[in-house]
Design a protein around this ligand. Structure first.
Ligand code: GSH
Length: 287
């Protein structure tokens, strides 16, 4: 790879496989499946194909919230798509999400299955389907939706260049740190005035933002808490604790999780009781 200070883009970009970045061996500039693999289907109306990354966790938190609100038809089967092993390029997954990214949902509750991909679209689909966690009045709704495209900037931008890129590029890190710090400040100022992101009610805005900014604030996401001085954002810290303490959030974080304590990892979820009986520590002990 050419040094950042001497690189001149060629007239036409060409793909160099294995550029040294963390995801270099799986990412490609073309779409479509790389191999045939059907997706498993469970017995619930909602089939989730995902992994416990911040984008994936948004959806499992939402589903656990809906179940806790009493929406029994929000029962779901969560299947693990291991993006490090290229599962997102299997034919069955690509048929549900042609963009080959988790999370993807197949809603089989109607006459015809509906595929829903992009975490924000899935949150909207579920909120509208169950009439929950998304205000219907237009001003309140607008307050709730502004963040959909902003929060993941942390992962694809800041996190990528700070933690995953093969070299530390000052320009890229500066640019994305500036954006991330500004968003941290936007959230901090907002949360100085209201309990939750969109006002006094808990909504999908909290669910979409917490896995990214809560992760930076308290879970040392990308090992960047000191670099970003996250403790300075006092109101964001208050909100991060508030959301993180919800039992639904604790459960949602465990689903499709492949890192951390074995007792915190529920690779597949098919029943509420799986949280007690099918975490990785329990499965290992039963062998
Ligand atoms: N905008 C998408 C982003 C999804 C996304 O970037 N997913 C990542 C994991 S968090 C992924 O599947 N990466 C696999 C890959 O890039 O091949 C969303 O919100 O769902």
């Amino acid at each position: 790879m050419t040094d950042a200070s001497t690189y001149t883009p060629p007239k036409v970009w060409t793909w160099k496989q294995g550029n040294g970045g963390k995801f270099a061996n799986i990412n490609r500039p073309v779409s479509g499946p790389t191999h045939d693999k059907e997706l498993p289907v469970g017995r619930h109306p909602l089939q989730l194909y995902s992994m416990g990354t911040p984008n994936g966790v948004k959806v499992t938190i939402m589903l656990e919230e809906l179940l806790a609100l009493g929406h029994k038809s929000a029962e779901y089967d969560a299947w693990l798509i291991n993006i490090g092993e290229g599962d997102q390029f299997g034919s069955g997954f690509v048929a549900i999400n042609p963009n080959s990214k988790i999370p993807a949902l197949l809603d089989r509750s109607g006459e015809k299955p509906i595929r829903v991909f992009e975490s924000g679209a899935i949150l909207m689909h579920l909120a509208e389907k169950f009439g929950a966690l998304l205000p219907t009045e237009s001003a309140a709704r607008a307050e709730c939706l502004w963040q959909m495209g902003s929060a993941p900037y942390v992962g694809g931008g800041f996190g990528h260049f700070y933690a995953y890129a093969p070299s530390k590029f000052e320009y890229a890190i500066d640019r994305f740190t500036m954006e991330t710090k500004r968003q941290l400040d936007v959230l901090d100022q907002r949360l100085a005035k209201s309990e939750y992101i969109a006002g006094e009610a808990y909504t999908i805005a909290d669910i979409a933002i917490w896995p990214w900014y809560g992760g930076l604030a308290q879970l040392d996401q990308y090992g960047a808490s000191e670099f970003l001085q996250v403790q300075e954002y006092k109101h964001l810290q208050r909100w991060t604790t508030l959301i993180g303490n919800r039992p639904t959030v604790k459960r949602g974080r465990m689903v499709n999780r492949t890192r951390g304590e074995p007792s915190s990892q529920l690779h597949e979820r098919h029943e509420a009781s799986d949280f007690e009986t099918r975490t990785q520590d329990k499965l290992a002990a039963a062998k």
